[in-house]
Write a protein that binds this ligand. Structure first.
Ligand code: SF4
Length: 257
């Protein structure tokens, strides 16, 4: 359980599955340290002892709380979910969630760095056949600077392409990230995947969302998309739920409150 920061029923607010009723599972621990991170409570790495994790009980607990909702998408986010790919319990956790719920899709959100997917083939073999989509959102500030190397993301993308695993790129409209993404894209031959550009969320001095600034960032991002042909993703959850970390959820929340 200590690998989970939060579980809730909500809608996906951005990207390919925007508006879809979703079971959001936020895992604990991240290799990045983004200045703009809005889930800082999920950054600390937990100590993992696989033998202490009772996956079936955890999945049943989640189903007891959220089974009454018609949730058709599973979203694994963080933190950084790929740090768990090396553990057997993680694929089992996802498989058992699929057995209980009526999901039609599953998204894994990742910064695409620090985890070479090809090192984790057993994870993919276990989940073979599930409707899996990776959303790769490159970042530039990491605990270990070596993780900032664009080639890591390029290698991960090439692994997904060569194994026919669906993915999207979700790029924040923030100059250092745009620059890194440009380098990544310049090294990928097959560009036949959706690329979304997303506005950054600005904060006031009191650490509240600056909605006027956010609207301006949306407008700037739309202008950028009109010039480049990339897709605009509005991040609707920021407008609708704002500071509410529980995203208007009607069920008891698991984890962070
Ligand atoms: S990758 Fe995501 S969770 Fe990790 S520090 Fe950056 S914004 Fe936060």
């Amino acid at each position: 359980m200590n690998f989970i920061n939060q579980v809730l029923a909500t809608i996906q607010g951005e990207g390919k599955f925007i508006g879809t009723p979703t079971l959001l599972v936020r895992v604990q621990g991240c290799n990045a340290r983004c200045k703009f991170c809005d889930t800082k409570e999920a950054l600390r790495y937990p100590e993992i002892n696989e033998s202490e994790i009772d996956v079936s009980r955890l999945v049943q607990d989640i189903y007891d709380k959220f089974g009454a909702f018609k949730l058709i998408n599973l979203l694994i986010t963080g933190g950084e979910p790929t740090i768990y790919f090396k553990y057997n319990f993680f694929a089992k956790f996802i498989e058992e969630l699929f057995d209980k719920f009526d999901f039609r899709s599953m998204e894994i959100e990742t910064n695409g760095a620090g985890c070479i997917f090809s090192d984790n083939i057993p994870f993919f073999e276990n989940l073979f056949g599930l409707p899996l989509v990776f959303n790769i959102s490159p970042k530039v500030e990491f605990k270990n600077e070596a993780d900032n190397d664009p080639i890591i993301v390029v290698n991960n993308i090439n692994f997904l392409i060569s194994n026919c695993i669906s993915f999207t790129l979700k790029i924040l409209n923030y100059p250092p990230i745009l620059n890194k993404s440009k380098v990544i894209l310049s090294q990928i031959k097959n560009r036949n995947f959706p690329i979304y550009i997303m506005p950054l969320t600005p904060y006031t001095k009191n650490n509240e969302i600056d909605y006027e600034g956010f609207r301006k960032n949306c407008m700037d991002t739309i202008k950028f998309c009109l010039k480049t042909g990339y897709l605009f993703s509005p991040r609707t959850h920021i407008w609708i739920f704002g500071e509410d970390k529980n995203e208007g959820n009607q069920a008891p929340i698991i984890g962070h409150k």
